[in-house]
Design a protein. Structure first.
Length: 107
């Protein structure tokens, strides 16, 4: 009886942990800044696509926990990296660079 109870608890805990692993990363996906129309799409492979209208630019980004993103302007360093903080709340992404924040809405 005791063995069965321990097995049941173990199975329940495993289910809870497995469910927690499936949580979607809140940063991933497409975002739009409502005033300028600039879009950003974060991809899980470490790239992002930033654009407006018919013009877009793909670059790499690096995440530093818990809330830092570094946009890699170019692979050779000719375009400097941009370091910013981020936070997602209620389908809004707040990016802050040098104390200036910009809000993007989930697209």
């Amino acid at each position: 009886m005791r063995y069965k109870l321990l097995m049941l608890i173990a199975i329940l805990l495993l289910g809870v942990f497995a469910t927690g692993c499936d949580e979607k990363d809140p940063l991933m996906g497409a975002w739009v800044e409502p005033v300028s129309g600039i879009t950003i799409e974060f991809k899980e492979d470490g790239t992002l696509v930033m654009g407006r209208g018919n013009v877009s630019y793909t670059m790499n980004y690096e995440r530093q926990d818990p809330d830092i993103i570094i946009f890699k302007g170019s692979n050779d360093g000719t375009v400097p990296e941009q370091r910013m903080t981020w936070k997602v709340e209620d389908d809004q992404l707040l990016l802050t660079i040098d104390g200036v924040g910009t809000v993007f809405n989930r697209k």
